[in-house]
Design a protein around this ligand. Structure first.
Ligand SMILES: Cc1ncc(COP(=O)(O)O)c(C=O)c1O
Length: 256
């Protein structure tokens, strides 16, 4: 997101506005400049929400934390524990800096839901569901067992492995790494000297998925087809990355 373009866009609006910035773009892992965006939303009295589905976890890492600078100025964050923390679906986490707004948006009332002014904090007032299983238990257990250091190590390790992927794949003349590998995402494109790079990328992806050494998805980024590597599992090792890179290279050589 470009803060100056946002500034101009917000100047034309006339109602309550929510600006959704990203910590960890789904394709590139990139971070929006949150500090500069918070300056703009502050000036225009817009609500700043940060989608940090996986990128917010970068804040646990001393080396990656600078990417999230300014996130503390947002009005709300969303992140997922079922992504980088590796707990089961669907453990979404939301943090809202304004308790009254949060509660007003989520609480429900009905005749059969008898309330009393003395009751303790009622979870139903803060989430979209009245009934749910104890998802928080797995999240709590994972955080307790990993500790601050364990989460940092998990995040740093996955990012190191993403760079390892990019370094290996970059050696291949027909492979382009489209993004700057700032987090755990690597965008891979097959660009043969002649022929259709989009078609070659899609075909390589099909072959890789069929071979089943690793699984990666496809995407479209800046008008280009690409393969999207996302290293986010706690059990992934260097040798997994090397075997997966070999599989990707085998598939791309067939397109050259
Ligand atoms: C950046 C980002 N935001 C939002 C989502 C959606 O998350 P969920 O599937 O938990 O709704 C994803 C899922 O990949 C994501 O990567």
């Amino acid at each position: 997101m470009k803060p100056d373009a946002l500034d101009r866009a917000l100047a034309t609006g006339d109602g309550p506005t929510i600006v959704c910035a990203q910590a960890g773009n789904v394709n590139t892992g990139a971070f929006d400049p949150l500090d500069a965006i918070a300056d703009v939303t502050g000036r225009h009295r817009a609500w700043l929400h940060v989608d940090g589905a996986f990128g917010l976890w970068a804040a646990a890492s001393e080396t990656l934390k600078p990417h999230t600078r300014g996130v503390e100025r947002a009005d709300s964050w969303a992140t997922d524990a079922h992504k980088w923390l590796n707990v089961p679906y669907d453990s979404g986490l939301v943090f809202v800096a304004h308790p009254a707004a949060h509660r007003a948006a989520m609480s429900v009332s009905a005749a059969y839901l008898l309330r009393s002014p003395e009751e303790p904090r009622e979870p139903m007032d803060w989430t979209p569901e009245a009934s749910r299983r104890a998802r928080g238990f797995a999240v709590y257990a994972a955080l307790r067992s990993l500790g601050r250091r364990g989460v940092e190590d998990l995040v740093d390790r996955c990012c190191r492995l993403a760079r390892r992927f990019a370094d290996r794949l970059r050696q291949e003349p027909v492979i382009q790494i489209l993004n700057e590998v700032v987090l755990n995402q690597v965008l891979v494109r097959v660009a043969p000297p002649t022929g259709d790079a989009d078609a070659a990328t899609r075909e390589a992806l099909r072959v890789i998925q069929e071979e089943r050494v690793c699984w990666l998805g496809g995407t479209r980024w800046r008008d280009m087809d690409a393969m999207r590597i996302s290293v986010s599992n706690w059990s992934t090792t260097e040798s997994d990355v090397d075997r997966s890179a070999d599989s990707i290279i085998r598939a791309t050589r067939r397109q050259a």
